[in-house]
Design a protein around this ligand. Sequence first.
Ligand code: BGC
Length: 353
Amino acid sequence: MKKKFLSLFLAAGMLMTGALAGCAKKADSKKIGVAMPTKSLQRWNQDGDNMKKKLEAAGFTVDLQYADDDIATQVTQIENMINGGCKVLVIASIDGGSLGTVLATAQEKKIPVIAYDRLIMGSDAVSYYATFDNYKVGTIQGEYIRDTLKLDSEAGPFNIEVFTGDPGDNNARFFYDGAIDVLKPYIDSGKLVVKSGQLEFDKVATAGWKTENAQSRMDAIISGNYADGTKLDAVLCSNDSTALGVENSLEANYTGAYPIITGQDCDKPNVKNMINGKQAMSVFKDTRTLADQVVEMVKAIMDGKDAPVNDTKTYDNGKKVVPSYLCTPEFADKDNYKKLLIDSGYYKESDLA
Ligand code: BGC
């Protein structure tokens, strides 16, 4: 009797161990690595949360990591994902040009890589790229300034200053080009004047996209050019974190009426500033849409199929033109933010109070 019970117990134990091993194996065979740049900016937290939620809902397990904007940390996290058995890597890089070596390892192990929002440069290990139409983001900002200042009918001249993003982020160049291609003819004709003289990409870049870096550059621009009461009409800011720095600086140092300030992302502090009149517009990029698209890519790859793309010529990373899916960015201001952000469930009204 005792013996029978013992063998039954052993058999049950073996069955359970087998099932557990099976489970672990199953889980591992569906593990996806998601590398995000930083928790310090709202959007990447949303991107990471959305990716994890949506991948898990599709039956995958997720190794989600944030790298605190530190390149070495991101490289280590990606190494760990590779060694930890991730089957696909989804990476929003900190510096697009710094992942070549670690991605060569991914390639050796035949692990496909999706560049998330920011293109990974100089590596042929990148299988796909999913982003928003980055040039269009800049176009929306440039056209807004053109139309609001009525550059085609008013005599001007109008004063403008320019702030873009991190030079290691390939997107920054696209945002800048999209806007400057609209505004350059007016700068050339003298209708728009950049009093600081800072217009070249390298002069207007903001290291790390950091609010404090934009703010200190704006402090210097105001004291050198606008402290005598000269009117500043517009500030082209490529995104909301730089716009916030410009707004903080104006608040402290500038007494005239607020210039037109552009942005991108619809970060909560910036939407509040749109409502209270300190920022004219932003560009809404619904991170839920991007996450949905990347989940579709992961599913296709895991099924051994080609992933859906809608652009096969724009994004050359120096080694290959990376097949891309571009989501559509949308203009946002105080008149349509309710529809875009609240009605769609992106934010709650109380988030913006
Ligand atoms: C993203 C922007 C973001 C910026 C700073 C860019 O790569 O496309 O949405 O504002 O990085 O994080």
